[in-house]
Ligand binder design. Structure first.
Ligand SMILES: *Cc1c(COP(=O)(O)O)cnc(C)c1O
Length: 397
């Protein structure tokens, strides 16, 4: 067989991630590969570390991008902090909380889950009850649950971890860049994210921030971290750099994904050019416009307004409408990718992402237009002009 170059089709990415990647980021990734111990590359690593501290608002945390997608940040947090026999309290209000609980079990921890209905934010009182039962090493939760579109209140949850002597682990894969992430303000211990959601770089890297408390706990482990690649003690001999815990120099650990880091760097340049606060305001505004249009179309969002994530909108599929049929229609006719429901929400919701470069007026209007057409094709009666007008009124505000 003769292989041919892969030419991806045109796609507009408005699912749960990846989001659209800007041409600037793609161009950055196509620049020449240099060695990962090249002095120029080491300067880039240092600049990325500083930029991540700024992005997370974590000036006193060690911040590095792990060489794998968001799930690697989750795995690093869980596997570095937990040892066999440790107690972990994990809030589960969607698919990603469930994944954390699975990992904590694999680390040999005694896992206590605080389970919620999907679509609900994490209940601080119920988490406190679980922490009060027994000494706990780690409290983990998801700030922005992408499987449902619910936002949880990270500050009070991190404060509970402090009160009960536990280390907090916060998943900000979908929140970072789209809503406020304030690691210092929360006094959070281990916070991780991904590049493919609101940062709008391709998937493949996982920025992570570790507090001094967390670093000390990892240094003082009784046994070695069970996975080698993500062992923070080893990683910092590489990423620690001249003044980090590497002790004067960078030693080879793994080969950093060099071009992927060019992409992350460029996505951060783009974000800081716009301004982090301006980006957050933009995400909120695009969400308001989309929600107004959806409402005018007679559609309902799964999550109560008070806890809705702007960047992930779970839309309830009306009775009698074929969920997959709508997604297939917009993909075929508009090159538009929308997300399906996971787990108990399979077939019951569409997940519409407004993340990073996919959070623009053009995306909102295109999505509503395509959705109206797909629903009309299934016999739903709606006024597409009124739907767009409702969104436009918010966009003009
Ligand atoms: C996407 C996501 C992850 C996993 O990230 P990958 O890049 O898919 O590995 C973890 N947590 C949340 C909340 C996510 O949205």
């Amino acid at each position: 067989m003769i292989m041919q170059s892969f030419q991806p089709p045109r796609r507009i990415l408005m699912g749960p991630g990846p989001s659209d990647v800007s041409p600037r980021v793609l161009a950055a990734m196509a620049r020449p590969t240099i060695g990962h111990l090249d002095p120029e590359f080491q300067s880039l690593m240092e600049e990325i570390k500083g930029a991540l501290q700024r992005l997370f608002n974590a000036p006193d945390h060690a911040c590095v991008p792990l060489p794998a997608p968001g799930t690697a940040g989750m795995e690093a947090a869980i596997m570095n902090l937990l040892e066999p026999g440790d107690r972990a309290v994990i809030a589960v209000n969607g698919a990603f909380g469930g994944r954390m609980a699975d990992m904590a079990g694999r680390a040999g921890a005694t896992v206590v889950t605080v389970d919620h209905d999907w679509g609900q934010p994490v209940d601080v009182k119920r988490v406190e009850a679980a922490l009060a039962e027994a000494p706990t090493k780690v409290l983990a939760f998801v700030h922005a649950e992408t499987s449902t579109g619910a936002r949880s209140d990270a500050g009070p949850l991190c404060a509970l971890a402090r009160k009960y002597g536990a280390l907090s682990v916060v998943d900000t894969v979908t929140s970072l860049g789209g809503i406020a992430v304030d690691v210092a303000g929360w006094d959070a211990d281990v916070v991780y994210s991904g590049t493919q959601k609101c940062l709008s770089a391709p998937p493949g890297l996982s920025p992570i921030a570790l507090s001094k408390r967390a670093q000390e706990a990892i240094r003082n482990r009784k046994e070695k971290v069970r996975n080698w690649l993500l062992d923070f003690n080893l990683l910092m001999s590489y990423w620690g750099g001249p003044d980090g815990s590497g002790g004067g120099g960078r030693t080879y650990h793994h080969t950093a994904p060099i071009n992927a880091l060019y992409g992350l760097h460029e996505s951060l340049v783009v974000l800081f050019e716009e301004g982090q606060q301006a980006a957050i305001v933009r995400h909120a505004k695009m969400h308001q416009a989309l929600a107004a249009g959806l409402e005018a179309a007679g559609l309902k969002l799964l999550v109560d307004e008070a806890h809705r994530l702007p960047q992930l909108n779970a839309v309830v599929v009306p009775d009698g409408v074929d969920e997959a049929g709508v997604r297939n229609h917009v993909l075929k006719n508009w090159d538009l990718e929308l997300g399906a429901g996971l787990g108990p929400l399979k077939g019951k919701v569409w997940r519409i992402g407004l993340m990073g470069a996919s959070a623009t007026p053009w995306h909102v209007r295109l999505c509503l237009t395509a959705l109206c057409e797909a629903l009309a094709a299934q016999g739903v009666k709606l006024d597409a002009a009124a739907v767009l007008a409702a969104a436009d009124a918010k966009l003009a505000a």
